[in-house]
Design a protein around this ligand. Structure first.
Ligand SMILES: [Zn+2]
Length: 76
C-alpha cells in the first residue's frame, strides 16, 4: 500500500434512535429480524453511506471496518 491509502481511513458514527420513531413492524434492512435501533454514518472522503441497523448488524459492520483497516495495516 502506498501513502495515498494513509488518508483513506473510514469513519463510522453510530447513534441511538428514539424507539418511539421506530414502527412496530420495522426491521433491520440487513437481517430482517431485529428492530433498527441505531442510525449510522460510515465512509471515507470519497464514499459515504448512512442508514439504520440493529445492534447485532452494527457490531458486525464495525468489526468488518476494523478488520479491513487491520488488513491495510498488515500489508504496509
Ligand atoms: Zn440486523
Amino acid at each position: 500500500m502506498g501513502n495515498a491509502n494513509r488518508f483513506a481511513a473510514e469513519t463510522a458514527v453510530f447513534s441511538t434512535l428514539d424507539l418511539a420513531l421506530i414502527g412496530p413492524a420495522e426491521t433491520c434492512p440487513l437481517c430482517q429480524k431485529n428492530p433498527p435501533i441505531l442510525k449510522y454514518h460510515i465512509g471515507s472522503a470519497a464514499v459515504r453511506q448512512q442508514g439504520r441497523l440493529c445492534l447485532t448488524c452494527a457490531c458486525q459492520l464495525l468489526n468488518e471496518i476494523a478488520t479491513r483497516e487491520i488488513g491495510h495495516w498488515m500489508t504496509r
